[in-house]
Structures are given as structure tokens and as C-alpha cells.
Design a protein around this ligand. Structure first.
Ligand code: DNO
Length: 346
């Protein structure tokens, strides 16, 4: 495996100097953040990111994400233009040495929580999702934690309205339409596409979601068989769905060569069926058996990119929710241990 760390580019408050000090760190996972969704990324921006990483001895082989324009997801008339731009971005990232691209196909919101600073018993805080709090949200006046800056109320209401006419089947067909055009280019330039699962893995506000479980994945892989049509196995996202058997999924999709990128984090299922809290990475702290998941991956040939996913705010840090330094660094060390053990006992 190659251990990586998400880095929000030159404006990230966490310096590359710190990232490279994390044991076994091979590279950064990043993106061009100052170009509107759907437009082409300047090659110079990619080169700058790469150069900054390389100067610190870090690789830049994973992009998270090249976002997919909503018009592609909705299958609108102008989607071909946005798909052409997407393809151009794939060619450009390949040109600077990127090997893997993480993306998602979730309408409007690519993650959702009801609290950004949930206070844990040990004094740390983390992201959480409570079904009771979710029920209190008024979909006609949406102010969601972490999303208020991304959309104006008007934009949001307009988008939600447009999606009312889009079924799960429509969204799936639009995904296939997109992949049928993008994957052949990935095959040509050597890019592995790694779709990120729905987070959490169920529909929200009546918006359809189609990457939530094993059936969804099988359907998608059958429709576009190239192995470059692959997956980001995000344990926290799939794991919030209590019917998802993560060890089984790890085994099955590692064996099939579909897992190109791994987001490792643990969550704790709380009272209600749909509620969960983000916790430290260790198995003991949450509801997922991280050691078994990693063992299943390694035993079945997984050899892709891994990153510690969301961490808590600990040691007095007030980091970007989920993306502070300390707990992700602790997570990285734990991940190193799990992999070393699994690889030596293969
Ligand atoms: C949140 C992330 C997501 C992820 C996208 C991938 O912390 O896991 O925003 O980057 O869904 O496209």
C-alpha cells in the first residue's frame, strides 16, 4: 500500500513539512480548488502543486476530487460539454503523473452531518450525524453544517426542485453515460477512477443516491467493466449503513481489483438506527473492525493508495472539521501497524 494524506493545496494550514514527518508517508492527495466545477484546470496549477509536494519528497499520485458538474448528474442537454472538460482534466492530471482520481456522483451534497463539533467523552470533538436532528431540518430553508458557503438559498432550492424529476434509475443511467465516455480515456492514459460512496449511504432530502451498497457497486461495475472503473472504499461512509458488511466488501472488491483508493476511519453507531459519531481510528473506539477489514484487503491483493480519513479535533487543535493534523497522524500510524501486520502474515 501507499500511505497518503489529504492536503488542501498551498492554502492548507497544515504544512507539507509536517505531513512528510508522519511515518511511512508517501504522498499527498489534493486538487485544484480555485476553478469552478466543470471547468478545465490550468496545467500550471497542477504543476505548482506537484512541485511543492516534490520539494518535500512527497508524491502527488492521487487527486481528490475532480468534481462532476450537476448537469452531468442530471443528464442535461449540455452535459457533453462538461464531460469533454472532465476528460481534458483526466488527460492533464495524467500528464503530471497522477495515477488515481477520486470523485463522487452524489447529487448536491457530497457528505452530510448534523453536527460539526460533537463533544466526545474524552474532551475531543468530531463530526456526527443524528437522525433526530436530521428530522428537524426544514428542507425548504436549508442551513446545513458545513454547507452554507457552498450554495445560496435560491440555488439550493432550485437544484432540489430540478432533482425532483430524477429517479435513481435516471441518475444511474447518467453515471453510466459519463463513465462510458470517461473510462476509455482513463484506459488510454493510465488513470484509475475511484468513485466515493454516498456519505451517509442513503437518500437525503429526497435526492437519489446510487453508490450506497454492494448491489449498487455490482450494477455499476457490470455496466462498465474496465477495472479502471473502480472504487474508493471509504469505511466510514459505507460503515454508516448497518447492512453493509465491510469485511465481505473489502474481500470481494479487492479480489476483483476494483479498490484503487482506501479511506480508513471508524465510526460509532449511536442510539438510533441511522445515527453515528466519528471516532478515533482504532477498532475498539467504534463499530467497525478495522483490523479485519485491512486483513481482508491485504489477503485479497489490495495494493493501492490509502489515507487516514477524518480525524477528531484533539490536543487543543481547532482544525478544518475532519481534517486536522493530529488525529489523522495518529490514524496514519495505526494504519501502518495494521498493514505491516497483515502484510507480514499474508
Ligand atoms: C469528505 C470527503 C468527500 C470526498 C468526496 C469525493 O470528507 O470524503 O468530500 O472527498 O466525496 O469526491
Amino acid at each position: 500500500m501507499k500511505l497518503t494524506f489529504r492536503w488542501y493545496g498551498l492554502k492548507d494550514s497544515i504544512p507539507l513539512d509536517y505531513i512528510r514527518q508522519i511515518p511511512n508517508m508517501s504522498g499527498v492527495v489534493t486538487a485544484v480548488y480555485d476553478v469552478p466545477v466543470g471547468e478545465v484546470w490550468p496545467i500550471e496549477s497542477l504543476q505548482k502543486l506537484k512541485q511543492a509536494a516534490h520539494e518535500k519528497g512527497l508524491e502527488m499520485e492521487v487527486i481528490e476530487s475532480i468534481p462532476v458538474h450537476e448537469d452531468i448528474k442530471m443528464g442535461k442537454g449540455n452535459r457533453d460539454l462538461y464531460i469533454a472538460n472532465y476528460i481534458e482534466n483526466i488527460r492533464r492530471v495524467a500528464q503530471v503523473g497522477v495515477k488515481c482520481v477520486c470523485y463522487n456522483f452524489m447529487p448536491v451534497f457530497d457528505w452530510l452531518r448534523t453536527e460539526m463539533h460533537h463533544l466526545n467523552k474524552d474532551g475531543s470533538n468530531s463530526l456526527s450525524y443524528s437522525y433526530d436532528d436530521f428530522k428537524k431540518i426544514d428542507p425548504h430553508n436549508l442551513h446545513l453544517p458545513g454547507w452554507d458557503e457552498s450554495y445560496s438559498q435560491d440555488e439550493l432550492q432550485h437544484l432540489l426542485k430540478e432533482y425532483q424529476n430524477i429517479s435513481h434509475e435516471d441518475l444511474f443511467n447518467n453515471l453510466v453515460y459519463f463513465l462510458e465516455r470517461v473510462i476509455p480515456v482513463c484506459d488510454e492514459v493510465g488513470i484509475k477512477m475511484a468513485i466515493h460512496p454516498d456519505d451517509p449511504p442513503w437518500d437525503i432530502f429526497g435526492l437519489p443516491r446510487i453508490v450506497s451498497n454492494e448491489n449498487d457497486l455490482d450494477k455499476m461495475f457490470n455496466a462498465v467493466p474496465s477495472v479502471n472503473n473502480g472504487l474508493t472504499l471509504c469505511t466510514g461512509s459505507f460503515g454508516a449503513g448497518r447492512n453493509n458488511d465491510l469485511v465481505h466488501m473489502a474481500k470481494k472488491y479487492a479480489k476483483a481489483g476494483r479498490i484503487h483508493f482506501l479511506h480508513l476511519r471508524n465510526i460509532l453507531w449511536t442510539d438510533d438506527y441511522d445515527s453515528f459519531c466519528e471516532v478515533g481510528h482504532c477498532s475498539k473506539d467504534g463499530s467497525l473492525d478495522m483490523a479485519k477489514i485491512v486483513k481482508a484487503l491485504v489477503d485479497n491483493g489490495f495494493d493501492g493508495y490509502v489515507r487516514p480519513d477524518h480525524g477528531r479535533n484533539i490536543f487543543g487543535e481547532d482544525g478544518k472539521p475532519g481534517y486536522g493534523l493530529y488525529d489523522r497522524a495518529l490514524g496514519a500510524s495505526y494504519i501502518n501497524g495494521l498493514f505491516e501486520m497483515a502484510e507480514k502474515n499474508k
